[in-house]
Write a protein that binds this ligand. Sequence first.
Ligand SMILES: C[S@@+](CC[C@H](N)C(=O)[O-])C[C@H]1O[C@@H](n2cnc3c(N)ncnc32)[C@H](O)[C@@H]1O
Length: 229
Amino acid sequence: MKMTRSEELRRLVEAIGPGNIWRPICDDDGNMLVEGAGHDAESLPEAPPEHIDFSGKSVVDLGCNVGTFVCRAARLGARKAAGIDIDSNLVRCAEILAVQEGVDNVEFMVCDFNSPPEEKFDVAMMFDIIGNTTIGNGQMHTFIKIMENWAAKELIISLKPVCKARKHFHKTPQEFCELFPTENMDGECFYPVREAVDFLGGRGWELKTDLPEGYETCGMKMLLHFVRS
Ligand SMILES: C[S@@+](CC[C@H](N)C(=O)[O-])C[C@H]1O[C@@H](n2cnc3c(N)ncnc32)[C@H](O)[C@@H]1O
């Protein structure tokens, strides 16, 4: 007998493990199967700021997990929204959830985001991926360049405003700076948002997001929107 959609979701959640599922998943009857390990505030809000306008654009979410923000971009007017993830079980979950939500101009692919597409999308998004581990390993620019390989016009990234070398990278400031020479280090503190603005600014991208006063005291990731100038 064919599995129901809810049964398939339940099996997938078990196979993936709740710690690897970043956003909430409910079955067809609205029962919560998993709450998701990610913070809602560190992603694309349901009502994004005005300068983020998906209308008529092609959008890709890199490392889309269960596809939450692919569906959101589609509902916000994207002409075509795609999600890619390296984990086939997550991609299957994303497909089922899109059907459950009745969103149809989306597609999901099992794909490594290190393999650039033949044709770029208008907008590339990456949420909750450039964090303490990637930054602490000196890979922040590598991940930003991956996004550039996918996007012709716009980038939407979530990034922490400040990291502390010992606490977040398990390195001394000197060890971190040897791995990742940067001007955006002050004592223990490294400032990823400043780094992204400098790095992308030098490559022809303009920040559209307002940086409120005191934003660098916030421990949460914030949403940054860059447009090719
Ligand atoms: C921390 S989770 C973030 C999920 C999602 N962006 C969100 O905020 O809901 C990282 C995701 O990236 C995926 N991922 C990791 N490496 C990848 C790669 N090389 N190519 C594509 N997806 C990858 C993982 O499978 C996982 O779903």
